[in-house]
Every structure is written in C-alpha cells, then in structure tokens.
Design a binder for this molecule. Structure first.
Ligand SMILES: Nc1ncnc2c1ncn2[C@@H]1O[C@H](COP(=O)(O)OP(=O)(O)OP(=O)(O)O)[C@@H](O)[C@H]1O
Ligand SMILES: [Mg+2]
Length: 323
C-alpha cells in the first residue's frame, strides 16, 4: 500500500464578503498518494482553487478555515508557521497557475527567475545555480536554453513562459505539484505539448500531481483518480476509468455529457442548465439539488447524502443511490 502524501479531512472554508459569509468549501476530504495524479474537476466557482490555496496556506485574509485538517507527509499544514510554509512552498509543494505572465517576474530575466527559486529553496547560488537553471530549461524542452536564460519573459511565447514556470516549479524536486488550470490559457496544440511534458517529467520522478481543471477530457488523459466538486462539496470520486464508465452522480453524468469527444455523434451536446449557486446562504442539503432533474424533495434539499461505495475506491454522495 502506497503511503498517503497528502490528506485533507473535513475541510471547510468560508470567506467574509460584503454580501455576508460565503461557505466556499463544505467538509471536503480527499487524499493524494505518492506518485499519483489526482484530478479535481467542476464548474467555475466550485472551490477548486480555494482548496489548492488552502494546502499552501495562501488564502486571502477574508478566508476562515472553519473546520478540518490538512496533513502533508503526516504533518499538519494548518499548524505550521509562515516561516515553515515558505520553505514548503516551491520546495516540497509547488504550484503552476493558469497565467504564466503573472507568475514570472517581468523585470527579471528568465534565468534569474529560476535562480532565485533555487537560492530561496535550496541555497544554491552563483555558477552552480546558473548551471542548474540551464539544465532545467533544457529539461522542459526549451530550445537554446542558454539564449533563453538571458531573455526577459515577454520575449517568450505563452507556451514557452509556461515551460519556464514548470522549470521553476520542478527545480527543487517537489513531492507534490499543484497544476491549477495550467494549460487553459494556451492553444490546444501547445496545451497538449505542455501536458505531455509534465506527464513525462512526472514519470521520471516520484512526484504526485494535483491537476485542477474544468476539462474532464484532459483529466482522462493523465489522471489516475478524480474528484468531482460542485459548489464547495465533493459529489463523486474514484479511479478515472471507473467514474467515466459508471458515473454515479447526476452532476458527473451531466459533466461527462458535455465533453464533445465522448458524447455519441447523434446525441446533442448538453450544457448544464443554470449556474453554480451563490455561496452566501448556499442551498441546504446537496448543493446540486437546485439544478438536479432527479431531485427528491424533502430529502436532497434537507440533508447532505451519506457516502455510497460504488466499488473499492469509487464513491459518490447522492440520495438516489440509496433511496
Ligand atoms: N477572496 C475571496 N473572497 C470572497 N470569495 C471568494 C474569494 N476567492 C474565492 N471566492 C469564492 O470562492 C468560491 C470558489 O472559488 P474558486 O476560485 O476556488 O473556484 P474555482 O473552482 O477555482 O473556479 P474556476 O474554475 O473559475 O477557477 C467562489 O464562489 C468564489 O467567488
Ligand atoms: Mg480556479
């Protein structure tokens, strides 16, 4: 049995906003094994990024962790000091975001961006840092790494900039890479190249990847397991092939039905009616009930369903499964 790298238990996060208190994460639990790719999917506003930021203790001041714990290699993240977290971020846990432009310091050359991370997290300086940075640029398949080292980020294309961000994220050999919509801003071809790059690099290391995306097709290409989130709650989780073959939650079925490549040709693509509800006074019970065509009144809108085991790793939270 592989060791759990990360365990999130019953995590609830709320935000103070001008409309009131938004209940953004509602008792979410999941774990990441060593060497595993875990996908987190769900529509915009479901809490994917908030859940990633919680792992790094990078939540804005308005956020309150209401409940739960986060264990990384058995140690409580929430109990760590800011100093300890600074060592962990970019060291043991790295993150790559959607917009490479905002992650890179535009006034520093590409190489300096990487060197800075090496100095901060590994204490590597001078010629050795430069050598390692060029090695990293080469690893992420940037042509002419020595030339690119001395260029500014704006001289690189979006895809190349994202490769630099990946180089920075991997420079300190993290145990966990959080990839938050990291291919979304790229064109489809570049998206595929970047994804393949990270898949290859992950295979060469002992790194786990938390892959956050609204794109289930991408998850099916690289993840071992996935979690389906809706409005701050987990609806379903399990091995990707099992969930795709036997989606057990109505929300998962709707999401899968919205993927062009796996919908049947003669079947019209269905977008999901309605939108994710506001999270100040969110819907009671299962938050999806306001959009669910199979809702059981008096039940789905009253209490959150208990966990149903579909198979040994596949779980879903839906009243329809046991009513
Ligand atoms: N600083 C904040 N203050 C108040 N509410 C916030 C803040 N940041 C996020 N939220 C709320 O938290 C909820 C979850 O947001 P989050 O960014 O995690 O969604 P997401 O699933 O990552 O969406 P997307 O696919 O668009 O990236 C949203 O309702 C959002 O409005
Ligand atoms: Mg997000």
């Amino acid at each position: 049995m592989e060791e759990k790298l990360l365990e999130v238990k019953d995590l609830s996060v709320a935000f103070n906003s001008y409309l009131g208190v938004a209940e953004v994460l509602d008792r979410i639990s999941y774990s990441v094994d060593e060497n595993q790719w875990l996908g987190i999917a769900g529509e915009s506003g479901c809490g994917k990024t908030v859940s990633a930021f919680s792992l790094l203790k990078l939540l804005p001041e308005a956020a309150m962790i209401r409940n739960g714990e986060i264990l990384f290699k058995g140690e409580s993240i929430l109990d760590k000091s800011e100093r300890e977290m600074r060592k962990l971020r970019g060291g043991e846990i790295s993150i790559v975001f959607q917009e490479p432009q905002s992650a890179l310091n535009p006034s520093k050359r590409v190489g300096e961006n990487i060197v800075e991370s090496l100095r901060l997290h590994q204490g590597i300086r001078g010629e050795e840092a430069k050598r390692r940075a060029i090695q990293m640029l080469d690893l992420v398949k940037i042509p002419q790494p020595r030339v690119r080292f001395s260029q500014f980020p704006h001289e690189l294309s979006g895809g190349m900039q994202q490769r630099v961000c990946i180089a920075i994220a991997l420079a300190c050999h993290p145990s966990l890479l959080i990839a938050d919509e990291f291919t979304t801003s790229l064109d489809v071809t570049t998206q595929q190249e970047i994804l393949k790059l990270v898949v290859d690099l992950q295979r060469q290391s002992t790194m786990s990847v938390l892959f956050i995306t609204h794109d289930l097709a991408l998850i099916s290409e690289c993840c071992d397991e996935l979690i389906i989130m809706y409005a701050g709650q987990i609806m379903e989780r399990g091995k990707v092939d099992r969930v795709f073959r036997n989606p057990s939650h109505p929300y998962t079925r709707l999401l899968l039905n919205a993927i062009p490549s796996i919908s049947r040709k003669d079947e019209k693509l269905n977008s999901i009616d309605g939108s994710v509800p506001g999270l100040v006074n969110p819907p009671k019970g299962c938050r999806f009930h306001t959009r669910c065509k199979q809702k059981i009144p008096g039940r789905c809108d009253v209490v959150f369903p208990r966990e149903t085991a579909i198979d040994e790793t596949h779980r879903a939270w839906c009243h329809l499964l046991y009513t």
